[in-house]
Design a protein around this ligand. Sequence first.
Ligand SMILES: Cc1cc2nc3c(=O)[nH]c(=O)nc-3n(C[C@H](O)[C@H](O)[C@H](O)COP(=O)(O)O)c2cc1C
Ligand code: SF4
Length: 403
Amino acid sequence: MSIQTQGNTLTFASIDGDAGLKAALAMSRADIIDTVADSGMKGRGGAGFPTGMKWNFAGAQKGDKKYVICNADEGEPGTFKDRVILTDFADLVFAGMTIAGRAIGAKEGIVYLRGEYTYLRSSLNAVIKKRRTAGLLGTDVGGVKGFDFDIIVALGAGAYICGEETALIESLEGFRGEPRNRPPFPVVAGYRYAPTIVNNVETLASAACIFAKGVDWFKSFGTDRSTGFKLFSISGDCAKPGVYEFPFGITVADLLKEVGGDDAKAVQIGGASGTCVPRAQFARQMAFEDIPTGGSVMVFGAQRDMLAVAQNFLEFFVDESCGQCTPCRVGNTKMLEAAEQLKEGTCSAEYIAELRELSGTMQVASKCGLGQTSSNAFMSILEHFGDEIMSRPAQAETARTPA
Ligand SMILES: Cc1cc2nc3c(=O)[nH]c(=O)nc-3n(C[C@H](O)[C@H](O)[C@H](O)COP(=O)(O)O)c2cc1C
Ligand code: SF4
């Protein structure tokens, strides 16, 4: 199944990933890492960690038991671009994983595939088989003596938290998917406590592009601090939802023009854990230096009830919190209760001030990115749509401050 890319041709379609692999295999391991570092590429999974730096940390570790993990969990609400890449450009992803394996000195690669994408397993395995037959996986990959690298596909079971890299590793090891304490980071002690890089599907496909077309070509897209192009999953109140490619640095307004969402009153960028950007800020850029994003863009038209949007996100986080730490487990529940009280018109202004403090505590005291970011959307919706929310008619007699 292929998702419509709305006539927006993806650069991935024009890239020969195996030419990239061949070019990389002609380099030393250190040069491969330097090339990725020179490209300035930052991870496409959302956090924007520099890919060259991650590969360098893992490459510097001793030992020959290392792993390359492709994070294909894609659980962030509103994100579906990795599904397109895995469907149409699996060779690029596998070429990128193989280049990463060569760079860090790993022999094994694992694709951690979102449970809901189980239907993709057979096509991915068919591509892997084809690559083994072509000598692009297995022993002496690409004719390079002593470079053995193979890839397997492992399935998740539908938990959002298993997209977080250390919970993903726990899940791969057969344990409950709960984030680990860090340090040590996965590049030092990851899967089976061996050095491991976890990269997003798009990051790995883009790495193959860098070797196929060169660093200068890659840097000709995007901004100085956010190099390259990015895939965006665009949904909601727009005429042409779908997967689009834009260079980093595109403004929210220009993106909305392309997708037929000019009338939007707000755009949620970065999924449920991202930020709600109101119309007054549509001149802002999609880039790590302004609005960082893994690519989820939800467009909200004038008729949308922004409190209902916030409530929906909070319900998601209450369900998906792994429950390990109190600020996240209790904090999200308190946030949801407040959203429900706001809906009834029974939440006091004093309590909203307390929620802001709670949000700050969740950001600093939660163990992983879920709890650290889950209040962002609610807080930004309260900030930008406070008048809309507070002017709702009260459904109960008096405002109350919950215990
Ligand atoms: C709750 C949570 C869910 C995440 N889900 C994903 C995901 O589905 N896919 C992904 O690539 N990264 C996800 N991440 C980020 C990963 O932990 C990690 O940063 C990423 O895979 C690194 O890849 P990159 O450097 O190529 O971006 C998630 C993080 C958190 C906190
Ligand atoms: S922040 Fe939330 S999801 Fe992350 S470890 Fe704590 S309870 Fe689990």
